[in-house]
Design a protein around this ligand. Structure first.
Ligand code: G3I
Length: 394
């Protein structure tokens, strides 16, 4: 997305400005309003993502915002088993193809979501009804093979297993997949690795940021995978927040580090922050929560992505959930796709972080040779960060 990165040094205190020629034109992080989220994500070497459905592709306002502001897409529903294989005898790749093809054409990275969703509620009835473990594993093999092979040249990152833990608990989820003998999660990862050895393979889980004990359970599950040499690259924390529940930034940062300490990448994969419909201060409060989540990610070098679960408030899944008062207004853009305070908070933090990372870390005056060397180094780092692809570390 970035075509030109320049480093300029000068002025009092040897202030550095990194500028990028992104989709928005010239981005000067010292003036955040000149930058899009996509510009800044590229400069920071992370992905900023959102969701896409096939029917949203024809919404010109939606895709204009998507292409301007984001670098990554998660198909919200189109790659789920219930979409692709609603009955045992019918495969339907139409929505998945549309979303994947559009995203590739737009130069957006894709998070393939998801190969195995370990919740009976979201597993096609024919699949959830397979009580014979051999038949279930055969069907799983067929599904993972078909889907990964079809998109191997375009989808380079998969949520291989989604939500293996109970939604509001710490034990196994309510899923037929847990009837498979032994290390079924490891088996699905090994299967995925055998089909596409160069794809990034991720696990993804809900509620680990706020359900008591769930982070520890998730960490234990992932540690077991790593210690068993399962080919896993990354760990997704969904971070669907509850209205009025403040983010503990230090805790979230520590939770991210717990996984990077295992040698894995991490990402915030499904962020949304619903608020009460009538609270006058809600949008400023929401902005501070978004800022804390982005800050936690930016503080952890292995945090590769923040994806928000929906583009604008009119698109959110939460308003149809029947749990919270509506409108829940949980996203970065309002119903008319206007940026909200949360957008500005995230953008400004990202811009400040670019500027801060561009400044010399030692105080005092440095000679011109030092400055020149530092400028070359900064330019090199910016270029590397804008092009680098994370690699498996385990
Ligand atoms: O497919 C039918 C369609 O035929 C019908 O016209 C339409 C009418 O409402 O419903 C369609 O199905 C809906 C589907 O989204 C596609 O729009 C389902 O009823 C609805 O339950 C489904 O909700 C999705 C949910 O996952 C279940 O798949 C949400 O949009 C989606 O945001 C949500 O995403 C999940 C992540 O994948 C995993 N983590 C949690 C997150 C929130 O639940």
């Amino acid at each position: 997305m970035i075509t030109v990165v320049t480093t300029i040094i000068g002025g009092p205190g040897f202030r550095a400005a990194v500028s990028a020629q992104g989709t928005s034109g010239e981005c000067h992080p010292s003036d955040p309003a000149t930058c899009t989220l996509a510009d800044l994500a590229d400069l920071l070497g992370i992905r900023i993502g959102t969701t896409l459905e096939d029917f949203e592709i024809v919404d010109s306002d939606y895709v204009a915002t998507l292409r301007r502001e984001f670098t990554s897409v998660t198909p919200e529903n189109a790659l789920k088993a219930y979409s692709i294989r609603p009955t045992q005898s019918s495969w339907d790749f139409s929505a998945g193809d549309a979303v994947v093809d559009y995203s590739v054409d737009a130069g957006l990275e894709i998070r393939g979501h998801t190969l195995v969703w370990a919740k009976d509620e979201y597993t096609p009835a024919w699949l959830a009804g397979l009580t014979d473990p051999v038949a279930l594993w055969t069907a799983t093999q067929e599904h993972v093979t078909q889907v990964m092979s079809r998109y191997a040249d375009r989808v380079r990152r998969w949520d291989v297993v989604n939500e293996p833990l109970a939604t509001l608990g710490t034990g196994p989820s309510d899923s037929v997949f847990w009837s498979l003998a032994g290390d079924w999660i490891g088996d699905v990862f090994r299967l995925a690795d055998s089909i596409d050895p160069t794809a990034e393979l991720w696990i993804n889980e809900y509620g680990t940021d706020w359900v008591p004990g769930k982070h520890a359970a998730y960490l234990s599950l992932v540690r077991d995978l790593v210690e068993s040499d399962v080919p896993i690259d990354g760990v997704g924390l969904q971070v669907h927040r509850l209205p009025g529940s403040a983010v503990d930034q230090a805790l979230l940062e520590q939770q991210l580090r717990d996984f990077t300490s295992l040698g894995l990448q991490v990402a915030v994969t499904e962020l949304d922050v619903p608020v009460a419909p009538t609270d006058p201060g809600a949008l400023e409060w929401q902005a501070s929560q978004y800022r804390k989540v982005m800050a936690a990610c930016l503080a952890v070098s292995g945090c590769r992505e923040v994806t928000v679960w929906g583009l604008s408030d009119r698109d959110t899944w939460l308003d149809g959930l029947g749990v919270f008062s509506t409108p829940t207004r949980p996203l970065l853009f309002d119903d008319s796709l206007r940026p909200k305070p949360a957008y500005t908070a995230v953008r400004d933090l990202m811009a400040q972080t670019v500027v801060r990372r561009s400044l010399p870390t030692t105080g005092g005056f440095a000679g011109s040779e030092v400055l020149t060397a530092w400028a070359i180094l900064t330019l090199g780092v910016a270029l590397v960060m804008s092009t680098r692809r994370p690699r498996r570390t385990s």
